[in-house]
Ligand binder design. Structure first.
Ligand SMILES: C[S@@+](CC[C@H](N)C(=O)[O-])C[C@H]1O[C@@H](n2cnc3c(N)ncnc32)[C@H](O)[C@@H]1O
Length: 271
């Protein structure tokens, strides 16, 4: 397994420490995400989040993206980008992990989608011009692993006036209930303070799942969007149907029937 000290100096020196750690973490974890990527690439109708809620019930992607330029921030194995390409968008997909991108490129070849731009880089600083995208999305990519105070202003810069950003990730309440030692599943007690919630470092804790993730209190998200120039169009807390089965063991359906495990933000760059 690669460790931070093995990275070439110029790469680790140029990147914030959380980006270096998350690159190490995701390069190592990539093999565990191949099967999920394969399943989702094979789907025409998107399914979202821990509960696999269909896009018809939780509409994160418009049915028609013809003529639009779209970006996925933290594309992982790339299936959200595939869904956008099949809906007519031209797609730029950036991810911090070469190993995740290797899966995305292989599945793109397999499914005959040869014109998605797969880019290795940090979604907090994207090498594309201002106002060059109509639509931006993140599903547990930048939404979880990038610092909101860096990636939200960057998404705003990349979008044209009127352009939309949609993202799905863990709800701050779920992070409050994540055991501090890095184990699972979600607890029914508060494991860390809500106020001041920002950076959660999973390296070096007892169970060490690795990686550094981010979230904000709800008021913090609202304040950030307002300051940056995004108008909030919707905020959703997807809830599993009774008896649903989670694809991850972190949040059980019983837990998530009572508390919000996931959040969806839909925001629009002010004209
Ligand atoms: C759970 S995956 C989500 C992506 C996709 N929905 C999937 O499941 O394949 C998280 C992804 O975020 C990426 N990521 C983490 N930090 C990033 C950063 N700073 N810039 C771009 N991507 C990042 C990781 O490399 C990883 O592929």
């Amino acid at each position: 397994m690669t460790n931070r000290r093995d990275l070439p100096l110029e790469r680790s020196a140029d990147l914030p420490d959380h980006v270096v750690e998350n690159r190490r973490h995701w390069d190592a974890a990539a093999p565990q995400w191949v099967a999920n990527g394969e399943r989702n690439w094979a789907r025409d109708e998107p399914e979202w989040g821990i509960w696999g809620i269909p896009n018809s019930e939780l509409p994160l992607l418009p049915d028609d993206l013809s003529g639009l330029r779209a970006i996925e921030l933290g594309c992982g194995t790339g299936y959200v980008s595939a869904w956008m390409r099949r809906r007519g968008a031209s797609v730029y997909a950036i991810d911090n992990s070469e190993q995740q991108l290797a899966t995305a490129r292989r599945l793109a070849r397999l499914h005959g989608l040869d014109d998605i731009d797969w880019v290795h880089g940090n979604a907090e600083t994207v090498d594309q011009p201002d106002a060059s995208f109509d639509f931006a999305i993140s599903e547990y990519g930048a939404a979880t692993w990038c610092d909101p105070y860096r990636w939200i202003p960057e998404a705003h810069r990349l979008l044209r006036p009127g352009g939309r950003l949609v993202f799905l990730g863990m709800h701050p309440v779920a992070l409050l209930c994540s055991p501090a030692d890095g184990s699972g599943p979600l607890a029914t007690s508060l494991e860390r303070p809500y106020f001041g919630l920002h950076r959660v470092d999973w390296t070096g804790v007892e169970q060490d799942p690795g990686g550094i993730e981010f979230n904000l209190p709800i008021a913090g998200w609202f304040a950030l969007f307002r300051r940056v120039g995004f108008v909030v169009e919707d905020f959703l807390e997807p809830r599993p149907p009774a008896g649903a089965e989670a694809v991850s063991s972190h949040a059980t359906a019983l837990w998530a029937r009572a508390w919000p495990a996931e959040q969806v933000w839909k925001v629009r760059k002010a004209d």
